[in-house]
Design a protein around this ligand. Structure first.
Ligand SMILES: Nc1ncnc2c1ncn2[C@@H]1O[C@H](COP(=O)(O)OP(=O)(O)O)[C@@H](O)[C@H]1O
Ligand SMILES: [Mg+2]
Length: 304
């Protein structure tokens, strides 16, 4: 099956608020898929509908070819990390995970094997006996992730999983998840407002006020919505006259001349014609920040 998650014309309103307003997208098996948007864009609402926590107003959602109207059949194949932790603060890490595993049809041995594998990799094996309330924020988040994976689901759904994590823990979590995608063909649906996470995704959907405003691979999105920059560090000043004649936008600082192009093709054409004026240069693609600003008119940074 190609699309492991399929969402068609999904709608959810809260009174006047159109939290999710007729969105459709699909996720391929074994990919990292990022659902990107500012606070209040509709990300959690979509995720919560997918996992049966909220009911939809209309539309259709399929996971593994099954409608979410049969949510009990779907739940064993998915693992979810909610935006706010659902762990029991008074219980130990071990008991939290054991009670979770008891909801699934896995043997004690399977549980112990999975627990060992996940807790070792996420550096949690020394704190299994500690109650949740004694853990740091990063440790709790990692336990949330083990909780979601303890039954080895095919699909992992993560709602802003790394918000508030220190850089080292974020890296550890990302390396581990990337490895599961590669080695176990895990599918990951992630909501985020972090650009780095959207940049490493195979596919991205950008949502704004309940509507999808752009979708595609990061490369396709950058080519479509962001400019390319030619940065020259050593150049003949004559090029400034040529830029004026061609009416090409540019910025000049002490060390660098930055010329802005609609796309890589036009940057390449320009360079082929004017190569002799440049000695040291690079062509850089616009970033996902540029894409986000172009499609929503909003800076993602405001949100953090
Ligand atoms: N239970 C609720 N009742 C009323 N409004 C809600 C509820 N949940 C979410 N909303 C509203 O729906 C919109 C989308 O919220 P949400 O899906 O949580 O966004 P995101 O996860 O992208 O930050 C927001 O305007 C939010 O205030
Ligand atoms: Mg949210």
């Amino acid at each position: 099956m190609e699309h492991i998650i399929e969402i068609k014309n999904l709608k959810k309103y809260f009174g006047e608020v159109k939290a999710v307003d007729d969105i459709s997208f699909s996720v391929n098996e074994g990919e990292l898929f990022a659902f990107l948007g500012l606070n209040g864009a509709g990300k959690s609402t979509t995720i919560n509908i997918l996992v049966g926590v909220l009911t939809k107003d209309s539309g259709e959602c399929y996971i593994n070819g099954l409608s979410i109207d049969n949510i009990e059949k779907i739940l064993p194949t998915i693992g979810i990390v909610f935006q706010s932790s659902v762990l029991d603060k008074k219980l130990s890490v071990y008991d939290n995970l054991k009670y979770r595993a008891m909801l699934y049809n896995i043997t004690k041995n399977e549980f112990e094997d999975n627990l060992k594998f996940f807790t070792e990799r996420l550096e949690l094996n020394n704190i299994l006996k500690k109650p949740l309330e004694k853990l740091s924020g990063g440790q709790k988040r990692k336990v949330d992730i083990v909780r979601a994976l303890i039954h080895k689901p095919k699909i992992l759904i993560l709602d802003e999983p790394t918000t508030g994590l220190d850089p080292r823990t974020r890296k550890l979590v990302w390396n581990f998840i990337s490895e599961l995608i590669k080695n176990e063909n895990l599918t990951v649906l992630l909501t985020t407002h972090y650009m780095e996470e959207a940049t490493i995704a195979d596919n991205v959907v950008i949502i704004d006020s309940g509507k999808i405003v752009a979708e595609g691979s990061p490369n396709v999105l950058k080519n479509r919505y962001a400019s390319d920059y030619l940065r020259a560090y050593k150049y003949d000043k004559e090029i400034l006259n040529i830029l004026s004649d061609l009416k090409l936008p540019y910025k000049k600082s002490k060390n660098c001349l930055e010329i802005i192009f609609k796309n890589t093709e036009s940057a390449k054409d320009f360079l082929v014609k004017n190569n002799k004026y440049f000695n040291d240069l690079e062509i850089v693609k616009g970033s996902m920040d540029d894409v986000f600003l172009a499609v929503t008119g909003k800076e993602l940074k405001e949100n953090i």
